[in-house]
Ligand binder design. Structure first.
Ligand code: AMP
Ligand code: MG
Length: 354
């Protein structure tokens, strides 16, 4: 398949006539059952018509994603949610008022309009209203209900720039809208509104603390941060190894000096054994690490920067042929929790605690 790649840099709500034409064409592709990758404020999405079971099948095939891992349906107007869900309870409305458009996905009981192919056979549907202007326009022209997982091959780090989408998806989908780099760099927070209290199934930019300010008590699915857990996470997608670089990744947690010492020794031993080594460090200790490639994730206090850099760093290690990676660990509250969750999954829960 020939994949059309078109640049669309506008982050304003108004588009040039040329961009407007591109967006209409992209919308038509979706309405005709095709697939278009597009930028959002979180990561790039791989969009198809969420109400068309054939489109959903195509999305699973293009990603190589197991079909029991449900897709998020993206809308571009709050009122459109009524069509997708059986009920829209008061607390879901409150969360929507506070965080939509934005990086929050809510799980609600699905209506009869939503095919089981899109929900991975579940009676619930995941809905998000993204804030990125390109995403909003594409959804509008695509018919209003665009199913979109992250636009990476299943198991690979989510794409935070179009070049990574091209790497994974060229030849597999109809069109890629290249809107440059995404702002947040981590996928949306997934919040289950079908239980009381609401439960976070995937941590993200909208943190538990932010949700609790609006909704009162909010739980978090504990299985997603634990390793070696025998219980399955509630979001089907969270049980799969994910976000993984090709190199083997280990997280090292402990007092900073000890972490530096451990990582340097381990990397030296790996190097002696013929591995190409890489390290993910925060700026404070950057100069103390020794490896073939040392990457700066950002300042430990600036979690938004770390979040934005994380997936790109993992992909860069692949490009550089790094086979053994060590990373500092991150804190387990606020945005740090989302960063740590992605890192743990990328590492297949390989963590050394000093
Ligand atoms: P992605 O499409 O890559 O952003 O991943 C979407 C995430 O939301 C996956 O972890 C899914 O398993 C989860 N998800 C989507 N729909 C549902 C649902 N109805 N119930 C629980 N989790 C869901
Ligand atoms: Mg994904």
């Amino acid at each position: 398949m020939n994949t059309k790649i078109v640049k669309i840099q506008s982050r304003e709500k108004t588009f040039s006539p040329e961009e407007e034409k591109t967006l209409r064409q992209a919308g038509e592709i979706i309405q005709a059952g095709g697939l278009v990758a597009f930028p959002t404020e979180t990561v790039y999405g791989l969009g198809g018509d969420g109400l068309n079971q054939e489109s959903s099948r195509k999305i699973y095939a293009a990603k190589g994603r197991p079909s029991d891992n449900p897709l998020i349906i993206h809308i571009c107007r709050l009122e459109d949610i009524g069509f997708l869900v059986k009920e829209f309870p008061e607390n879901a409305r409150k969360a929507a008022d506070a965080f939509w458009p934005g990086p929050l996905t809510m799980i609600l009981p699905k209506s009869g309009h939503v095919p089981y192919e899109t929900t991975g056979g579940l009676e619930t549907v995941a809905v998000r209203y993204p804030s990125h202007p390109v995403a909003q326009k594409l959804i509008e022209y695509g018919g209003g209900y665009v199913a979109a997982p992250s636009a990476n091959l299943s198991g690979r780090p989510s794409p935070t720039a179009a070049k990574y989408v091209i790497e994974d998806m060229e030849g597999r989908i109809d069109m890629i809208l290249d809107g440059g780099e995404d702002d947040i760099g981590l996928e949306s927070t997934v919040l289950d509104m079908t239980v009381t209290p609401p439960q976070i199934l995937r941590p993200g930019f909208i943190t538990r603390e932010m949700l609790e300010e609006v909704l009162g008590e909010v739980d978090i699915d504990v299985t997603i941060m634990e390793s070696g857990n025998s219980r399955a996470p509630k979001a089907p997608g969270m049980k799969y190894r994910h976000y993984a670089p090709k190199g083997e990744l280990t997280i090292v947690e402990g007092p900073p000096e000890q972490v530096v010492d451990y990582v340097n020794r381990a990397a030296a031993a790996d190097k002696a054994a013929g591995e190409k080594t890489g390290i993910i460090a925060t700026s404070g200790f950057l100069n103390e690490y020794h490896a073939d490639v040392v990457k700066c994730a950002g300042d430990r206090d600036e979690e938004e920067v770390i979040a934005r850099r994380l997936f790109a760093m993992l992909r860069e290690f692949d490009d550089e042929g790094v086979t053994r990676i060590y990373s500092e660990s991150f804190q387990s509250q606020g945005l740090g929790q989302a960063i740590m969750n992605r890192l743990l999954k990328a590492a297949g829960h390989s963590i050394v605690r000093l």
